[in-house]
Write a protein that binds this ligand. Structure first.
Ligand SMILES: NC(=O)c1ccc[n+]([C@@H]2O[C@H](COP(=O)([O-])OP(=O)(O)OC[C@H]3O[C@@H](n4cnc5c(N)ncnc54)[C@H](OP(=O)(O)O)[C@@H]3O)[C@@H](O)[C@H]2O)c1
Length: 395
């Protein structure tokens, strides 16, 4: 098998893999100097499984297996790589040799069995989705954007998903995507999906929700409170009163009500995870966003109080705060005016629903004793609701 991947930094990685041994040529550039390093690597069972499924091993994954002190001491090495340190041998089964054309690396003894096991455990923790297998995830607003991408990623990771929203046709399409993603994930786990029509603005709908679910979905493990929206950029005094109600009802009241329902269940079972979608707008208010910002500040406050109330339980509480994400969100804000909506992202690369889905699934996939309390995610050219750089703006 030949693996060719875009390497870490500017380097390239090529590996020729045999059942559990890989020969890897690792190369990268620092300024004008080129470094290369030939390594014989012993693959752990999880890596063997990844290769067998045709998954590319990320180049840092290979790097951490080299025994080159100079490479590892580079200040610019990403921290996970530095912390992986040196080559973990599989219970000392094979010795490890590495040579470098310029950096003067030489062979080094394998790590102790204990440290090797810890390193392998860290890698499993990073790359494996076992913790999500057969979990039941309920997502509001799963018909579009972040919610839909999250449903698909959980499906791929081997979880069962309840997809809820108002637009049932879109939900049905999302269910098909989940089925396909689950096949591609090839975990042999999960594979159960149900689309439930749900307008979160009506409290009676929320009260009836669990009763409507198929048996396999009644015990939800992870609640993703994602449904949310904003209307307009009008200033206080000019805001449509009905739209104020819809924003508060959808973004705050429904989220609180649904959380109450599921926290009661989670407490009975002494397990569960509430993941709420906040926003940068819940950290910094901006003109023209008073109501939306107020709703997201409310989400932040509610989530924070909930986390503190549940501190003596195994129940986890997370708030995910995205910056600019290119979804239908902006089109809804500008009441269907797509041209104006697109201007929000003009000249810069915004986040995608997929980017935020990865944060949500990452938080859910942490070990049970780890709670990602908050996560703030911007596109690289955004630094606050109103600080951004638009390098590709046409003049
Ligand atoms: N996009 C961003 O820049 C951004 C940034 C920060 C935070 N967020 C937050 O991320 C979350 C998801 O937003 P998104 O970007 O994915 O927006 P989106 O593409 O517009 O999706 C919003 C989802 O919410 C659902 N929804 C809206 N009103 C609903 C209601 N009354 N009942 C049930 N579902 C409802 C929509 O489904 P139906 O219309 O089919 O019901 C849709 O699936 C929101 O909470 C938003 O505030 C977004």
């Amino acid at each position: 098998m030949t693996l060719t991947g875009k390497g870490w930094g500017r380097g390239l990685t090529r590996a020729h893999a045999h059942p559990n041994i890989a020969l890897a040529l690792l190369g990268f550039r620092r300024g004008s100097a080129k470094f290369s390093c030939l390594s014989i690597l012993v693959l752990s069972p999880s890596e063997e499984a990844m290769l067998a499924r045709g998954v590319l091993l990320p180049s840092f994954h290979l790097f951490r297996k080299t025994t080159c002190p100079r490479l590892s001491s580079y200040r610019h090495l990403p921290s996970p790589l530095s912390s992986f340190g040196y080559f973990p041998s599989r219970k000392g089964s094979l010795s490890h040799r590495t040579t470098s054309s310029k950096s003067g690396c030489s062979s080094r003894l394998p790590l102790s069995a204990e440290t090797s096991a810890q390193v392998d455990q860290s890698l499993m923790s990073l790359f494996s989705t076992n913790r999500l297998h057969d979990k039941v995830v309920l997502i509001t607003g799963a018909s579009a954007g972040i919610g839909r991408a999250t449903a698909v990623l959980f499906a791929r990771a081997g979880a069962n998903v309840v997809l809820t929203a108002r637009r049932t046709e879109k939900l049905d399409d999302a269910v098909k995507e989940c089925e396909e993603a689950n096949k591609q994930g090839a975990s042999g786990k999960g594979g159960k999906y149900v689309a439930v029509e749900l307008d979160v603005q009506k409290r009676s709908n929320l009260d009836a929700l669990i009763g409507q679910l198929p048996d396999w979905a009644k015990q939800v493990d992870i609640l993703v409170n994602n449904a949310g929206l904003v209307f307009g950029t009008e200033k206080v005094g000019e805001i449509n009163a009905d739209e104020v109600d819809v924003m508060i009802q959808t973004n705050v009241t429904a989220l609180i009500h649904l959380t109450q329902i599921f926290v009661r269940e989670f407490k009975k079972r002494q397990r569960g995870h509430v993941i709420n979608l906040g926003s940068i707008a819940g950290r910094e208010a901006y003109p023209g966003g008073s109501i939306y910002c107020a709703t997201k500040f409310a989400v932040k406050a509610f989530t924070s109080a909930l986390m503190k109330e549940l501190v003596d339980t195994p129940i986890r509480v997370t708030c995910i705060d995205p910056g600019m994400v290119n979804t239908e969100f902006s089109t809804v804000r500008f009441r269907g005016d797509k041209a104006t909506a697109d201007k929000v992202y003009e000249g810069l690369q915004p986040l995608t629903g997929q980017d935020i889905a990865e944060e949500i699934v990452w938080a859910a996939n942490r070990p049970e004793h780890v709670n990602i309390a908050e996560s703030l995610i911007f596109p690289v050219n955004q630094a606050s609701p109103y600080h951004n750089h638009r390098p590709n703006l046409k003049k």
